[in-house]
Design a protein around this ligand. Structure first.
Ligand code: NAP
Length: 253
């Protein structure tokens, strides 16, 4: 297949591990210059080096996506290093679970701050950059099945991911006149640190796998195809949409 991102500059938040790292590797293989933004310096540097060892172009820029100044710095450094920004993948996220009646205000604040403002702040700052470049650009937000259907045990997370989907649609309408597209991907359970922390036992994860019509939980690589499609020019007439990638789990009942 012809590489779809040759010389395009892509920021992937949370690009240092899990789904974000899989997306970053795939983008680099298709010619993108990838900027990985995450908090843990060692993990981030290692991930960027991994991509460079495969002859990809990647930089890690330490960024807490909930901190406006740090996100501004991420964008400034990306421009200094690569000269432009073409795509933003808002993948950084945080999950926590508790019975609804025991979810603390602190837990709600954290879910909102990382998942919602961690999508809003990079988007605002990158969109201004898209304007400076004369319009155009694509944003892909990583939401969740939890934002699409009701699930027990993580109401605050579900609310935050539901907000990400509402933001995706509203931004898509507001930014369409500038040819900026905004779409979302909604993964079901994917085998990453986040899932293992939430479902620590093999039995628990097998139970989830058994619930999926396609009979297994996802791997980070399973999420890549839809995200790259939405980020690429193949989806030039697609905006405000959300693609579920969840082994068919969200179509049940
Ligand atoms: N795994 C699943 O089952 C699943 C299902 C549905 C949706 N999702 C969503 O998919 C996305 C990726 O999840 P994952 O499973 O790959 O998670 P993960 O393995 O826990 O990785 C999370 C990534 O986000 C980064 N991050 C967290 N807080 C951040 C912050 N404040 N600023 C910058 N980066 C931050 C982490 O950076 P550090 O390494 O620096 O901590 C890490 O790179 C998330 O939005 C998640 O909600 C996951």
């Amino acid at each position: 297949m012809k590489p779809r991102f040759t010389d395009q500059v892509v920021i992937v938040t949370g690009g240092s591990r899990g789904i974000g790292f899989a997306i970053s590797k795939a983008l680099a293989r298709e010619g993108a210059r990838v900027v990985l933004a995450a908090v843990n310096e060692d993990r981030g540097q290692e991930a960027a080096q991994w991509i460079r060892n495969e002859d990809g172009q990647a930089e890690f820029i330490r960024t807490d996506v909930t901190q406006y100044k740090q996100v501004e710095m991420l964008v400034t450094k990306t421009i200094e290093r690569f000269g432009a920004i073409n795509v933003l993948v808002n993948n950084a996220g945080a999950h926590d679970s508790a019975p609804f009646w025991e979810e603390s205000e602190d837990l709600w604040d954290r879910m909102y701050r990382v998942n919602v403002m961690g999508t809003v702040l990079p988007s605002q700052i990158v969109v201004r950059r898209f304007f400076d470049q004369g319009g155009g650009g694509a944003i892909v937000n990583i939401a969740s099945k939890a934002g699409v259907v009701g699930e027990p045990g993580h109401v605050a997370y579900s609310a935050a991911k539901g907000a990400v989907l509402a933001i995706t649609r509203a931004m898509a309408v507001e930014l369409a006149p500038y040819s900026i597209r905004v779409n979302a991907a909604c993964p079901g359970p994917v085998l990453t640190d986040m899932l293992v922390e939430n479902v620590p036992t093999e039995e628990g994860r097998q139970k989830l796998a058994d619930e999926a019509p396609l009979g297994r939980i996802g791997l980070p690589e399973d999420i890549v195809g839809a995200v790259l499609l939405l980020a690429s020019s193949e989806a030039d007439w697609c905006t405000g949409q959300a693609i579920s990638i969840d082994g068919g789990m969200s179509i049940l009942k």
